[in-house]
Design a protein around this ligand. Structure first.
Ligand SMILES: Nc1ncnc2c1ncn2[C@@H]1O[C@H](COP(=O)(O)OP(=O)(O)O)[C@@H](O)[C@H]1O
Ligand SMILES: [Mg+2]
Length: 230
């Protein structure tokens, strides 16, 4: 069994405030790992540390075998990350956004055209290539943002509340794509507030005030809630 993410007492403080408190988690390669918790519980802070964007205050962790503290530059180029705010250019077209990200992630020039076509198909954006992003609905934007995040074919993808603010139909469509990616071997860590999405994860971890309070399969967690041990 390959481990894609392993942390040991990973901690982040802001001044005297502990945002993430001694978090120890393992994410297996190829699984969908749902990261749940109330607003302000430290989900985004954790993801930003795992993406190599934010330095841990203490503890340690590895992503794809790279050390969070010492090899964050390597991590950044090998992962896909979609933040709560999609980083798209409104005044560029769908195609131009994908082309921009293929350059940013150093996709070999000779592969860019086919890679962009692959992303357009994956994100179900066929026919919209020349559309300005400003004119797309949120659901479409979100799928385009996903295409931009994985144009370099990362083996691990971090999704921070990717389905907030979009319609139930778009949410379902988005999660179907996530499931297809996982079936193809991509490891996915996703934060969500939606129970129907949590149920589609292989593992669910709950955090509260920066600490891990439960971790199990969706079925086992449901059992625990019903038995009242949680
Ligand atoms: N850069 C920062 N400076 C100070 N406090 C921060 C910073 N980033 C996050 N926090 C605080 O850390 C806590 C956890 O935030 P966050 O990780 O965004 O939670 P979540 O994603 O679960 O809603 C919040 O109380 C937030 O205000
Ligand atoms: Mg957040």
């Amino acid at each position: 069994m390959d481990i894609a993410v392993a942390t040991n007492e990973l901690t982040r403080v802001f001044g005297s405030f502990i945002a993430v408190n001694k978090l120890s988690i393992n994410i297996e390669a190829g699984e969908i790992y749902g990261f749940l918790g109330p607003n302000g519980s430290g989900k985004s802070t954790t993801i930003r540390m795992l993406c190599g964007i934010l330095e841990p205050s203490s503890g340690s962790g590895k992503v794809l075998g790279y050390d969070l503290a010492k090899e964050s530059e390597k991590i950044k180029t090998r992962i896909g990350y979609m933040s709560q705010k999609f980083s798209l250019y409104d005044d560029l077209t769908v195609y131009e956004n994908l082309n921009f990200y293929s350059g940013l992630y150093d996709v070999p020039v000779r592969e860019r055209k086919s890679r962009i076509a692959e992303m357009v198909e994956m994100a179900k954006l066929t026919g919209r290539e020349k559309e300005l992003v400003a004119n797309l609905s949120v659901g479409w934007k979100q799928r385009l943002a996903l295409g931009c995040a994985i144009i370099s074919r990362p083996s691990i993808l971090f999704l921070d509340e990717p389905t907030s603010g979009i319609s139930p139909t778009s949410r379902k469509m988005f999660f179907n794509i996530i499931q297809e990616l996982a079936n193809g071997g991509t490891t996915i860590m996703v934060t969500t507030h939606f129970m129907d999405e949590a149920e589609r994860c292989n593992t669910i971890a709950f955090i509260s005030e920066g600490s891990l309070i439960a971790k199990d399969t969706p079925d086992n967690l449901k059992g625990k809630v019903i038995k009242g041990s949680m």
